[in-house]
Design a protein around this ligand. Sequence first.
Ligand SMILES: [Zn+2]
Length: 162
Amino acid sequence: MRERRGQVGHETDNPYYEGRKYPEPTVCERCGLLYRDGRWQHPGSSPPKDAHRALCPACRRELDRYPGGILHLSGSYLSEKKEEIINLVRNQEEEANKQRPLQRILWIKEGKGEVEIATTTPHLAMRLGRAVHSAHKGDLEIQTLRDEYMVRLFWRRDLKGG
Ligand SMILES: [Zn+2]
């Protein structure tokens, strides 16, 4: 998908900007993350009663289907190892999410001979792309677009003689 969006403005005005400040404490009314000590984190036992309510940047992206990163996987090798590669990607997401709860996979779209993985943050897309590359070799190309808050990664590996 080659979707074009308007200018999202400066990083600080960008509603998806993960470093944006919120009043403390704030609870995400969708996923329950707690904003405290300057960052979104997994809530402890129960959120404070007097907390502000907002949508965290990851939920905004989920609702708007606006990714911070997209990883494209392709090549004949992918068809053979698809399940294994998607498991690797899921495990990486789980690990990343423990420390950085705003890092989530938005969708995994499986097409003919290719897979598209969209993430909430550029960091997670980079992490996933590098993990696939390091475990399965192949070629990894990273594209950052100046006027988009997004990174695109293209990973490809073909089987020899095919
Ligand atoms: Zn949320």
